[in-house]
Structure formats: structure tokens, C-alpha cells
Design a protein. Sequence first.
Length: 296
Amino acid sequence: CRAMGKLQSKISFSTSKYRADGSMEGTGPVRAVQQHGPMHTDAVTSVAALKPDLCVSGGRDKSVAVCSWRSGAALRRFIGHKREVTKVTSALDSNRVFSASRDKTVMMWELHGTSGPSQHFPGHDLVVTGLAVSPDGSQLCTGSRDNTVCKWDTETGECLGRTAISRNLVTHLCWVPGEPYVIQTSEDKTIRIWDSRELQVAHTFPAKRHIQTCCDVSQDGRYCLSSSSGSAGEGGEATLWDLRQTRNRVCEYKGHFQTTTSCVFLPRDPALTPRIATSSYDSTVKVWDQDTRGRE
């Protein structure tokens, strides 16, 4: 740890400010940014976009909060889980929010409804670590450290399927836009593509060297990103995969010194080349040129 601290202290960091309209300010020393009052009374564990101007977050305080990132105002706060919230998500342009927890359950909340959950999804034996809702919001896929992936009807709460794979400790799930497929990362170092119709594995990518911590799918459904655990400069990369034809690894983005905890495709701006962002335990967020692998 001391060696890592010395190494990082010798590295000069520069930052860029990205605005919602896609413009970018020049690089330079870190400047003050707009900050808002806390939405949670303990650490925030997950955050997701809800609508163009809203986001939803989950925390160790067992609550789910909906707020406006423009004004910083908290619009709703949902309390119902008995333990820490691990994941939050929502369907595109939906008024429904889904949250998973260490209490082994998943709950659905209505943005304009009552303060209590409108649906429960119990059934996992261990902490729920993956959530993915279909684009139309009618189905939900969940994953857990109990090695299972489940499919649910969001209206009735009925479990429509449950599949277990040995050592498949789920870390993240995401739905492929416009397709019946769900991408899943796992502690067994693999990335799987599930066919949600029969809840069967349709494809498994070649295993990586490290635990896969997160995944995301591009808006056009052509590419998938996954991120890896790591330490002391080993691992910690993000990997771009082709989903359409070869389904092979396209390239890797290396630069983090520790576990890369999250990876996302940034909204596409026609004036800019495609970009992705990664965050890591090394206290940095990096933005990359998707095609050239250049770190910006």
C-alpha cells in the first residue's frame, strides 16, 4: 500500500469538465464544482439515470432517493429495505424504480405513487447484486451471490424463471436495447449473454484473468463493456466486446491501478467520437476514446 501511495503521488493528474450539452472545458487543476446537500445519511452504493433530469440512488442507510441533478432537490425518498441497498435501476423514461438489497429482496417503487413499494420480488437466498429491467418495463432480471439469475413479471411479481450456475456469483446485469438478451458479469471471471425468453445462456465470452465487476451495453446494442478487478497495476482494465457478429474481444482500456468498479458508454454526440467512462478504487474516473483507446 505504501508503494502504491508513493507511485500515485508521482503521477500528475489533470481534469476536464464535461457539460450536459456535450461541450468540454480545457484541462487544468481541479476546480470547485457544484455540490448539493446529502440525499442519504450513509454511503451511496448505487446510482442510475431515471429521466433526462432525474437520477435515483441507493445507500447503506437502506433508502432509495430520487433527485434532480439540475437543482439538487430531493423529490422522493423510499424506505422499505431492511439492509443496505446494493443496486438501483429503472426502465427508460419510466416512472418506476427498482432496488435490490442485502436483505435478499428486490422492490419496485412508483415515482408518483405512495411511499411504500408497489411490488416485492423475494426469492434469492443471498444478497441481490444484479438488476436489469426490459426496455418496455414488463420484465425484470435479477442476479445474486447465490449463483442464480431470476426473471420476474413486474406487474404481478411472479417469478417466471430461475436458473443456477455453479460459482456464478453475479456482480452486474444490463439489458441489451431492443433485444431479449441480458448481459451478466460474474466473480467467476466470465461475461454471459442470457436469452431472457427461456432464461438460458446464449453465449459465454472467453474467461478473463480477473473478476468481472460491471457491464454496460452501447445504445445501438452492438458493443458490450466489462470491467475487471485488479491491484498494484495488475488487472483493472475495461474490455470492449462485439455483440453482433464475432462476439469477440475488440480492445482493452488500461490505465487504472486498482479495481475498475464501473464502466459506461457515454451518450453519443454526433460531433464527437464515441466515448466510454470508467471509475476505479484508485480514486479516478477516466474518459476514453472508444475507437482509439486513448485516455482523455
